[in-house]
Design a protein around this ligand. Sequence first.
Ligand code: ATP
Ligand code: MG
Length: 397
Amino acid sequence: MFRSFLIKYGEIGVKGKNRHIFEDALMKQIRYALRKADGEFAVTRDRGGRIFVEVKSADYDYDAVLYALRHVFGVIAFCPVVHVEDASIENLRTEIVRYVDEVFEKKDFSFKINTRRARKSYPLTSMQVDASLGEAVLMAYPSVHVDVHDPEVNIRVEIRDIVHIYSLEIPGAGGMPIGTNGKTMLLLSGGIDSPVAGYMTAKRGVIIDAVYFHAPPYTSDRAKQKVIDLAGKVAEYAGPVYLHIINFTDIQLAIYQNCPHDELTIIMRRYMMRIAEHLARENDCLGLVTGESIGQVASQTLQSLYVTDSAVTSMPVYRPLIGMDKQEIVDLSEKIGTYETSILPYEDCCTIFVARHPVTKPRLDIIERSERKLDGVIEGLLEEAYAHDELVIVGKN
Ligand code: ATP
Ligand code: MG
């Protein structure tokens, strides 16, 4: 019954020139989200800057449209709209009663009708239409009542070339449209945290490229597939996501063979950051993103984060989860649909080469001294790793 969806989006900070960039990015991402929904759709903008999803096919999958629109950052809410061709008041009275019948299961709410006339030649004033349609609803359903000041249901009637009727307002994902705030490189593991960190960064309009370090044969193809699947979940909001898969085995082995074992984790993390920074620079990213939060595990003490960050030379490292408790992160991962995949039990490279008693308060000078043992070996291994960068574009189709 709904033939279009009115998209409500925040306009704060998007006045002037930025406004078109914002709207274009929003429309592009709406089209992207709808690509898999059954039906044919057009995303349009009217002269007033209002964005609509118009249904072009006779049939379409309503639930799939809801699912899609809930995944578009920048959408604050959206309203399913009924179209009425015959704008005569007699027909509108019939249609408004049908609308209330089909949209509201229980007819026991307070309401008001709110008419706007874009077509000024219409023979009745807005207030006359309000009164007539309100009366029609009251006559059909004696258990509803009018409240013009604080109605539970606000039924909007817009008289344009055709008439639009809508009242439902479904909450969207909020945030800003993907593509309005540059691009970052997400260090994406198979864990719970980094997909959430990617979601939070993307929510601010940032395009997400990602890098995953795997260590075959110590980590399996299933572990790799799990990360691709997680990238796919993030891509439902942020996509498509360009995922770089880096073979980290030889680098890890070199660290294992040359450096003190209680420093393995921190040195490994520093090489992950260095590689991620290299890929970020090659791909026009303006920062790195990780899923770390202070104190969550031994490698996330302030000292560890300090030493990890020192490996990055030329760009900021964003840690959107920095102040969150594990439970808060878990809750968010459930909400965005990554949790189920994250808890699948496949090994990741950090858990395989981990020392029994890793340093929890590493010192930069000591770590740097240990890393010097890799001189002459590591450069070639890094070149190898870059040369075999496997790019998977996730969420393209
Ligand atoms: P997550 O749940 O995201 O795996 P974690 O709590 O397991 O995080 P660590 O293992 O210390 O924490 O990793 C910290 C961060 O480093 C991760 O959030 C992620 O951004 C990055 N990271 C860790 N391992 C990998 C990997 N194999 N590939 C890419 N990034 C990784
Ligand atoms: Mg992890």
